[in-house]
Design a protein around this ligand. Structure first.
Ligand SMILES: CCCCCCCCCC(=O)SCCNC(=O)CCNC(=O)[C@H](O)C(C)(C)COP(=O)(O)OP(=O)(O)OC[C@H]1O[C@@H](n2cnc3c(N)ncnc32)[C@H](O)[C@@H]1OP(=O)(O)O
Length: 216
């Protein structure tokens, strides 16, 4: 997959930051505020909050953003340029309000690792993480693990095992590791565990090295 070399952000004794941590930039602050709105919308008292006013103000904000949106093709080129690669995806992207966002580090043992506490927008069963959200997170973490391992690819299969409900509102550790590369086939594993080390979700992924050119 033509992702180029994976941009890195800083290195320290414990690892190399592979994703773009939220910065004190207007777009990061605006996205963090949007994320806060999504969370607060699910928590607020539907009877007493002034949701008519909220709808009006949010539509006004969306109007402003859309007025300044370039053509999609132009924006796609911009997104896939340089550090942009790690700034817009739905798992780690600080510019994507859907992303928690998770900061991933590459470790010297070849694995990647991150920590996250998920809240109501990611709920499936009561008080627990939606299974599709876990699969989304792990698909991406395995993709980054492949980039860190030196051979990226497109997900061809993702086998997900849900061992126990994954709790919301608690710190979770997500990990991924490239296990083998045989020709174009890449085998990668990953998991989501609680702070106590309980495995909630584990995955095995088959990735295929395939050319998906960046928009230019
Ligand atoms: C830098 C930042 C990091 C960013 C990380 C981002 C991670 C995001 C991860 C994703 O979400 S990727 C998006 C979800 N995946 C897709 O949309 C993939 C859609 N499928 C495809 O594009 C193609 O089917 C695919 C590239 C996977 C394979 O098509 P090809 O035409 O290149 O493969 P081909 O048919 O030539 O098969 C090559 C080999 O792979 C095998 N293969 C292909 N697909 C397979 C499959 N699904 N299951 C098992 N084996 C498969 C196939 O049998 C064959 O084996 P052999 O060489 O032994 O004959």
């Amino acid at each position: 997959m033509d992702l180029g070399s994976h941009p890195t952000f800083e290195s320290h004794d414990d690892g190399t930051v592979l994703t773009s941590a939220p910065q004190d930039a207007p777009v990061d602050r605006a996205t963090a505020a949007a994320r806060r709105v999504v969370d607060a919308m699910l928590r607020t008292d539907r009877a007493n909050a002034n949701l008519d006013r909220v709808a009006e103000e949010l539509n006004s904000i969306a109007d402003h953003l859309e007025e300044h949106a370039p053509a999609v093709a132009e924006r796609l080129i911009d997104m896939w340029n340089g550090e942009g690669v790690t700034r817009h995806d739905p798992v780690t992207g600080p510019e994507n309000a859907i992303a928690p966002p998770i900061v991933l580090e590459g470790l010297s043992d070849g694995s990647v690792r991150g920590e996250v506490t998920l809240t109501m927008p990611y709920q499936g069963p009561p008080g627990c993480v939606h299974g599709g959200v876990s699969a989304l997170i792990l698909d991406h973490v395995l993709g980054v693990a492949n980039a860190w391992g030196g051979q990226a690819g497109m997900t061809a299969q993702l086998n997900v095992r849900y061992h126990r409900p994954t709790p919301l509102f608690e710190p979770l550790t997500v990990t991924g590791r490239q296990m083998s590369v045989e020709g174009r086939k890449i085998n990668t594993v990953g998991s989501i565990t609680t702070a106590d080390g309980e495995v909630c979700v584990s995955v095995e992924g088959l990735f295929i090295d395939a050319a998906v050119p960046r928009p230019r």
